[in-house]
Design a binder for this molecule. Structure first.
Ligand SMILES: [Zn+2]
Length: 319
């Protein structure tokens, strides 16, 4: 696929964005990265979300519902504690299986969630006991419910997937009360690519840092009230080294013990003591082999922005 080069920035409409020098090939599709000197956003071209069907088949997103992570993240908890004085109605856009809304409900927020994945919505409804979920996107939601207003609209790890930024933000604004809040997270674009291999098109279409996000929000009627980058921890680096180099050092102990303990196979969930013990030993082995290299890598990244993988912000709509 060859796309005409963009003549204006798709976000701010300034003329002739520049190529960043990066390209990415996904199957037969070639993507070129551009940077806009006017608004500071970097975007991949063609800038096109591949759609709900593609996501349901994508290996990472397809299995998300089968093996979900239920816990609220640091950003989720921070949002709820930062805005505890403004508690009211919250809309979570791209709510997934409802891990943010579950935490919001516990703290007394009145919760609504939307996600374009109907399987995620079914899982979210069961897990949280919240009834107000719809399988839709925010542009459609705002049109179908023109009367609905929220004190807070959240979109965690959504903005980098979006290809209609101005329409997206306009729809969110139309669902907010005057002076309402938004909270969002996304990959921080200066991260080391090996820390976040999935931060590429067609999954992630735009790349953000603090100043481009601040400018984007301010130009659309918001004031940023909180912003934070988070760095990768040491243990995820241990895990990355393990997945890259670990198979060569694996002794197959876990599967060997499994075969010995129950030759007919073990039902999922039932983990005999011996299997658990070997799992713990395997974890200890990872820590011993990869802990020190991971720590050295982590320490070496401290003076650089390459260790930051996540950007998080809370902003308030000007009344
Ligand atoms: Zn621009």
């Amino acid at each position: 696929m060859h796309a005409e080069m963009p003549t204006t920035c798709p976000l701010c409409a300034a003329p002739t964005p520049d190529k960043s020098g990066r390209t990415h090939t996904d199957g037969a599709d070639l993507y070129t990265q551009y940077g806009c000197s006017a608004c500071g956003v970097q975007f991949w071209w063609p800038l096109k979300n591949p759609g709900a069907e593609w996501y349901s088949k994508h290996e990472r997103y397809g299995v998300r519902n089968a093996d979900p992570v239920w816990n609220a993240t640091y950003n989720h908890v921070k949002t709820l504690s930062f805005l505890r004085e403004h508690k009211g109605a919250v809309l979570d856009v791209g709510c997934g299986i409802g891990n943010f809304l579950g935490a919001a409900k516990e703290r007394g927020w009145q919760c609504t969630g939307i996600d374009f994945d109907p399987d995620a919505i079914t899982a979210a409804r069961q897990a949280t006991g919240i009834n107000d979920f719809e399988a839709t996107d925010v542009v459609t939601y705002a049109k179908v419910h023109p009367e609905k207003r929220f004190d807070l609209v959240t979109f965690f790890d959504v903005l980098e997937h979006v290809d209609n930024h101005n329409e997206f933000i306009a729809s969110i604004k139309s669902t907010l009360v005057p002076g309402g809040y938004i909270a969002m997270s996304m990959p921080y674009r200066k991260h080391a690519l090996w820390l976040m291999k999935g931060d590429l098109p067609p999954v992630h279409l735009t790349c953000w840092d603090r100043s481009s996000l601040k400018r984007f929000l301010e130009a659309r009627g918001f004031d940023v009230v909180y912003m934070r980058r988070s760095s990768e921890g040491v243990w995820p680096i241990v895990m990355k080294l393990r997945f890259k180099y670990g198979t060569r050092l694996s002794f197959g102990a876990v599967s060997a013990v499994r075969r010995t303990v129950s030759p007919g196979g073990v039902s999922p969930g039932a983990r005999p003591l011996a299997v658990r013990a070997v799992h713990s030993l395997a974890k200890l082995k990872d820590a011993l082999i990869f802990g020190l290299p991971a720590l050295i890598i982590w320490l070496a990244m401290i003076p650089t922005p390459r260790r930051y993988v996540d950007l998080f912000a809370i902003a308030r709509m000007r009344a």
